[in-house]
Design a protein around this ligand. Structure first.
Ligand SMILES: [Zn+2]
Ligand SMILES: [Zn+2]
Length: 258
């Protein structure tokens, strides 16, 4: 089984870099090189000013063998997310795909940044998880996203709750199902301290049972990370009985059998 779609890519990386062919073409080249056929550019909404739909159209014209989707990753950034949402609403018809994610917890804490283990160690982990999933539910119900990104990102440094979260997770999954969203399978977790796919096998099994469809994603912040670890991801999907993924065209979801 070969996975051909990567629906979580950050051409701008971690800073504002306006879209140009010089910035974007290496992404198309490397995608092709690793056997991808369908990619979604999903920069963080705090860098929405760099996203240029005309430049994406130009990239499509010079790379007609690739499906190139215009996307954005909306999160709950306390400073920038209001402007990001307004931008996504204004440009909804030119966007193919919107990811929803949670990167900030109580106290405007950017919990997934390198070095935040110390803060995890100080906090009540059950409370951290409860706070995280409450925010995930809000994002899922926002009406502005097509797919939830790295659903259990809160495990990034390997801190685990003592409490049983199955009821909480069931509520989260039913909210995602109610909103008719997809969920990504993200290999990014394999390069983080936790060393696990996002989300866990347990969540994937429950999502599958709930009828939530999946995208495949690397969360690449460099063009060479595209499709990273897609071979082991394909193996895991086979083991979990997943033989299809979804793709998006102007928010219209289609199933691809693998
Ligand atoms: Zn993210
Ligand atoms: Zn991302």
């Amino acid at each position: 089984m070969h996975l051909c779609s990567d629906y979580h890519l950050h051409p701008q990386g971690h800073r504002l870099q306006p879209y140009t062919q010089e910035l974007l073409q290496p992404w198309a080249n490397h995608a092709r090189q690793v056997g991808l056929r369908d990619i979604a550019l999903t920069d963080h909404d705090r860098y929405h000013a760099g996203v240029d739909f005309d430049e994406i159209d130009r990239l499509r014209e010079t790379n007609p063998d690739l499906k190139i989707r215009a996307g954005i990753e909306l999160d709950n950034d306390p400073i920038h997310s209001a402007a990001g949402r307004a931008w996504a609403e204004k440009n909804w018809d030119r966007l193919d795909f919107v990811l929803g994610s949670v990167h900030f917890l109580r106290g405007d804490w950017a919990f997934d940044h390198a070095g935040e283990e110390a803060e995890f160690a100080r906090r009540d982990i059950d409370e951290v998880y409860a706070d995280y999933y409450a925010r995930i539910r809000t994002m899922a119900g926002s009406g502005l996203v097509d797919c939830m990104a790295h659903l259990d990102l809160v495990k990034i440094f390997g801190f685990r709750p003592a409490a049983d979260l199955s009821d909480l997770l069931a509520t989260v999954l039913s909210e995602i199902k109610r909103a008719d969203l997809a969920m990504e399978l993200s290999t990014a977790g394999w390069r983080k301290p936790v060393g696990e796919l996002y989300p866990s096998d347990e969540i994937i099994r429950a999502a599958r049972a709930t009828g939530i469809p999946f995208t495949t994603a690397s969360d690449a912040h460099s063009h060479v990370q595209q499709g990273e670890n897609f071979a082991p991801l394909a193996e895991k999907m086979t083991a979990l009985g997943i033989n299809e993924v979804v793709i998006f065209d102007r928010h219209e979801r289609a199933v691809v059998r693998l």
